[in-house]
Design a binder for this molecule. Structure first.
Ligand code: HEM
Length: 269
């Protein structure tokens, strides 16, 4: 009881159009400490070319794990070596990497936790526009956000812990420089644990906001489908009411009010 009296004022925050929560429910706040969030940012910054690594992982996803996604990303006719050059696929790789950059910066640098939460939920919602996901997400228990992000848990984290060498690390001159940046100030196990929790929050938030948005849009669609006959009934009722009122006014006017002489004004032209 005491706890509820002493609890700090809960600040209401609008999280996207379809969901309202407050700051104390922000999973990036409740699920990660300040130190964890700094670790996310520091370790992400170790990757000199995050897009390159995200690209390699997405190539495996569409070629080896979920070939159904090839068509979605417009690479069903492209050889593997050309896929990253295709606009939709290459664009998605870039946006995915940018999202990780933005999120880790908001969490570990500017400390805009509300912004990070809103961004992840907005990303989940925006995927309802993708017809493939609108139709297939979580049908037959297949959660595509879960599938994709779990591959990232397995494939991206070893780069972040420093256990796996960055691509092209043996390139002339580059190798030495990259090794210097990988001076360990976090234990690999800690980095692994923090990133896993971060990715799990992403899965949960994207899945939830996607589901809410899809339900909202399907509901709006069925309302639209119902609307035509509802509109006819409504306008008939309105018309009848107006007619009743009109005749009431006319009746009262003709019986109570003295008839006014109609005035004529001179035509100004
Ligand atoms: C667009 C991230 C999964 C298909 C985007 C964008 C981001 C993003 C940031 C651009 C901005 C926006 O629309 O919100 C992610 C993340 C995922 C994910 C973090 C985590 C799993 C998927 C999956 C599909 C997909 C599973 C497969 C159907 C697309 C498509 C676009 C898009 C087709 C539009 C690309 C374009 O037209 O340029 N995604 N995405 N995404 N996403 Fe994803």
């Amino acid at each position: 009881m005491g706890a509820s009296i002493c609890a700090p004022n809960k600040k209401k925050t609008q999280v996207g159009a379809s969901w309202v929560g407050n700051d104390t429910e922000n999973p990036f706040d409740t699920g990660l400490s300040k130190k964890d969030r700094t670790c996310l940012r520091d370790t992400f910054q170790r990757l000199e070319e995050p897009k390159e690594i995200v690209g390699l992982i997405f190539l495996d996803i569409v070629n080896d794990i979920e070939p159904d996604l090839k068509k979605v990303f417009g690479v069903d006719r492209a050889p593997r070596s050309q896929m990253l050059k295709m606009p939709k696929f290459g664009g998605h790789v870039a946006r995915f990497a940018d999202l990780l950059d933005q999120l880790t910066s908001m969490l570990g640098y500017t400390e805009n936790l509300t912004g990070a939460w809103q961004l992840v939920r907005k990303t989940g919602r925006s995927h309802v526009r993708q017809q493939f996901l609108e139709e297939n997400q979580n049908q037959l228990n297949k959660n595509y956000f879960d599938i994709v992000i779990n591959i990232f848990i397995h494939r991206l984290i070893p780069y972040l812990t420093g256990e796996q060498e960055l691509p092209n690390n043996n390139a002339e001159g580059g190798g030495e420089q990259r090794k210097v940046r990988f001076v360990q100030n976090y234990q690999p196990a800690q980095v692994h644990d923090v990133w896993k929790r971060f990715f799990q929050i992403m899965i949960a938030q994207m899945t939830d906001s996607f589901e809410l948005e899809r339900a909202k849009q399907r509901n709006a669609q069925s309302q639209k489908a119902l609307a035509p006959h509802q509109h006819v009934e409504q306008s008939e009722r309105k018309k009848k009411k107006i007619q009743e009122k009109q005749s009431e006014i006319e009746n009262t006017a003709s019986s109570n009010e003295p008839k006014e002489q109609e005035q004529m004004f001179e035509d100004p032209f």
